[in-house]
Design a protein around this ligand. Structure first.
Ligand SMILES: Cc1cc2nc3c(=O)[nH]c(=O)nc-3n(C[C@H](O)[C@H](O)[C@H](O)COP(=O)(O)OP(=O)(O)OC[C@H]3O[C@@H](n4cnc5c(N)ncnc54)[C@H](O)[C@@H]3O)c2cc1C
Length: 370
C-alpha cells in the first residue's frame, strides 16, 4: 500500500525536522523518513554553539549567510517556549580571541565587517578578558571580541523539541526506514523506502552529506564534500565557564554544557565519510591549545571523542531551495547548521506552501552551481 501525504521530508536531522515542524505549524501535513536512529547524523554529533559571526562568512560578500545566522539565533531563543520542550538554550556569549599581532589585526578587520552588519561585538584586552573570566591565563592572548548574543543549545534537545511537536500536530517521524529510490509520479514524487512506498506532492531532501545521492536520481548534481570533524567531551565538572571560546586560526572551540561537561574541537577537517577513527593528534593539539590558556584543565578527564561529518559546498554556503516543481533540498550546512535549522526550516516551509522564495534564501539557490 502506498502512503499519501502533502510533503515527504527525507532525513530526520535538525534541518528535515525543522522543515516538517514548520509545514505542520502552517497546517500542511508532512512525514519525515529517517534512515537511521534520530541523531545519527551531524545533528547528534555537533557542539551546539550558536554563532551569528559564522567563521566562513568573515569576508565581504558573505553578508547573506550572516543575515540568515542572525535570524536563526533569534529563533533558537524562542524554541523552548514555543514547543514547551527544553532545548537547553543558554545565551552564553562567545569570545573569539587572538594570539599574536597578526591574528589580532585579522580579528579587527572582521570586527569592522560585523559592525557594518549590525553585530555588536565588544573588543576586550587581555586584562579585561582575565577580569571577566579569571580562570583564563590572558598572558597567552593578544585580545578578543566578545558577542554576548551568541549562545549554546543541546542538539538532542532541539531534535526532541521538533519530534514531540511534530507528533502533537499529528505529523509523523519514521525511524530506521532508509529511502533508496525517488522518482517523479503523476501527482508529484514517489519515494521507495525500506519499510514502504510513499507518494507526495512535495519532496524535501534533507540528508546532510548524503543528499546528492538522492538528488542525482532525479538528475540534479549538488557538489558537496563530506568533511570529518573531531570533537571531545570531558567528565562533568562544576558549571563555571560562561561563554564559548574560539580561535579562528586553529579552528578551536571550547565550551561548557549545562551538565558541566567541557566540549571542544580543534584543527582543520579532513575529507571523507569515516566516522570510526578518532586521533591522538587531535587530542594532543587540543591539550596544547587549552592547557596554557586554562591551566586548571591540566587534569581534566576526557571521557569520549567522536567524529561528525560537515557537508561543504564549493562556496562554503548552504544549498537551500527548489530544484524543480515540488522538489526541494536543504544541505551543505557545513559546521553551522544547528544555528540555521529554525530559520531555514521556516523559510523553506514558506516556499513550499506559497510557491515563492524569500529574499533571505535566494543567495543559497541550489542551481547556482549548474
Ligand atoms: C563535529 C561537528 C560539530 C559541529 N558543531 C556545530 C555547532 O557548534 N553549531 C552549529 O550550528 N552547527 C555545528 N555543526 C554542523 C551541524 O551539526 C550540521 O550543519 C547540522 O546538524 C546539519 O543538519 P542536517 O539535518 O542537514 O544533517 P544531519 O543531521 O546529518 O541529518 C541528515 C539525516 O538524513 C539521514 N539520511 C541520510 N540518507 C538518508 C536516506 N537515504 N534515507 C533516509 N534518511 C537518510 C541521516 O541518517 C541523518 O539523520 C557541527 C557539525 C559537526 C560534524
Amino acid at each position: 500500500m502506498t502512503t499519501k501525504v502533502d510533503t515527504v521530508v527525507v532525513g530526520g536531522g535538525a534541518m528535515g525536522l525543522s522543515v516538517a515542524y514548520n509545514l505542520l505549524k502552517r497546517g500542511s501535513n508532512a512525514l519525515v523518513i529517517e534512515g537511521d536512529y534520530l541523531n545519527a547524523g551531524s545533528t547528534g554529533r555537533n557542539m551546539g554553539v550558536l554563532k551569528e559571526r559564522i567563521p566562513h562568512a568573515m569576508e565581504d560578500g558573505n553578508e547573506d549567510l550572516i543575515r540568515l545566522a542572525k535570524k536563526g539565533l533569534k529563533l533558537h531563543g524562542r524554541l523552548s517556549t514555543e514547543t514547551g520542550i527544553n532545548t537547553f538554550y543558554r545565551k552564553s556569549g562567545c569570545l573569539t580571541y587572538a594570539k599574536g599581532e597578526e591574528e589580532m589585526k585579522q580579528l579587527e578587520e572582521y570586527h569592522a565587517h560585523f559592525r557594518r552588519l549590525g553585530i555588536e561585538e565588544m573588543e576586550l584586552t587581555p586584562s579585561e578578558i582575565e577580569r571577566r573570566w579569571p580562570y583564563i591565563n590572558a598572558g597567552e592572548l593578544a585580545g578578543g571580541f566578545y558577542d554576548p548574543e551568541e549562545a549554546m543549545v543541546h542538539p538532542f534537545g532541539v531534535v526532541w523539541a521538533y519530534v514531540e511537536s511534530i507528533k502533537k500536530m499529528k505529523g509523523r517521524v519514521e525511524k530506521q526506514n532508509r529511502v533508496h529510490k525517488i522518482t517523479e509520479s503523476s501527482g508529484g514524487y514517489k519515494v521507495m523506502a525500506e519499510r514502504g512506498e510513499y507518494e507526495a506532492q512535495n519532496l524535501v531532501i534533507a540528508c546532510g552529506a548524503h543528499s546528492p545521492e538522492l538528488s542525482e536520481q532525479l538528475g540534479f548534481e549538488i557538489p558537496l564534500t563530506p568533511m570529518r570533524k573531531e570533537v571531545l567531551i570531558s567528565e562533568p565538572i562544576r558549571p563555571f565557564f560562561g561563554p564559548a571560546f574560539e580561535r579562528l586560526s586553529t579552528d578551536y572551540q571550547i565550551a561548557q554544557t549545562m551538565r558541566g561537561e567541557i566540549l571542544g574541537t580543534i584543527g582543520y577537517m579532513s575529507p571523507g565519510f569515516d566516522l570510526s577513527e578518532c586521533t591522538s593528534n587531535f587530542l594532543n593539539q587540543f591539550a596544547d591549545e587549552t592547557v596554557p590558556m586554562i591551566p586548571s584543565f591540566r587534569n581534566l578527564r576526557i571521557i569520549r571523542q567522536w567524529v561528525g561529518i560537515c557537508d561543504k559546498t564549493p562556496d562554503e554556503k548552504p544549498v537551500v531551495g527548489s530544484l524543480d516543481d515540488g522538489l526541494y533540498i536543504t544541505c551543505g550546512h557545513y559546521d553551522y547548521g544547528i544555528n540555521l535549522a529554525p530559520i531555514v526550516g521556516q523559510l523553506l516551509a514558506d516556499s513550499i506552501i506559497e510557491g515563492s522564495t524569500d529574499p533571505l534564501l535566494k543567495p543559497f539557490d541550489p542551481h547556482r552551481f549548474d
